[in-house]
Write a protein that binds this ligand. Sequence first.
Ligand code: HEC
Length: 201
Amino acid sequence: MRTNAFVIALSMTLLAGCSSIQRDPPLQVWDDMKHQPKFKAQSELLETDLFPFRRVSHLPPEGVVARGHLRDDSPLNTGLENGMYVGKNPLPVTLALLKQGQTKFNIYCAPCHDQTGMGKGTVPMRVPAWQPSNLTEARVVEFADGDLFNVITHGRRTMPPYRFQIVTEDRWAIVAYVRVLQRAAHSKPEEVPADQRAALQ
Ligand code: HEC
């Protein structure tokens, strides 16, 4: 009898771990991985020299913007200043920018507007009902740079927007290159440097 009582008492103690009754603090025979050294996010780092500054989390890289705190209403991002289209490209127009603009224009715009900007690309050849504007016509030459930027960014009438495909800087590079195409379309043969005139056809 006494052994039976002992066995019952013992099994109750051991099986207690399986019950849903939560002791506080719980009885832990093996603590597995419940206890291990760790740092809490954002807490101060006192004893180790993990990072040169005394913080557990690494500092964010320079220029990082927290969600919801992006200020994207600058003329560079909108092409607008005080509600008006900016007249001039906010990026300095360099040869490198024009080359970048040429590359991106030929990828993203030429399928419709063709490589000269006249509007005779592959797409309107196949779909005659969908005619792009001639980018070298006087009306478009008179657009402010910010207006061109907005056409690329948001599209216009039947032209689709390209803000998701083309990053901001490249859109301005394209604007600068469209100016090159317009200048070329309205130039005279005499304006070509003498040593390159022979190549003209
Ligand atoms: C899928 C064909 C297509 C592509 C690609 C395209 N466009 Fe257009 N674009 C059009 C069409 C069509 C129009 C005429 C819109 C209308 O008047 O309905 C147009 C019009 C324009 C206009 C003149 C808007 C006006 O008021 O007449 C500009 C400027 C322009 N596009 C620039 C660009 C640039 C820069 C790119 C390259 C980033 C580009 N487009 C890519 C089809 C395209």
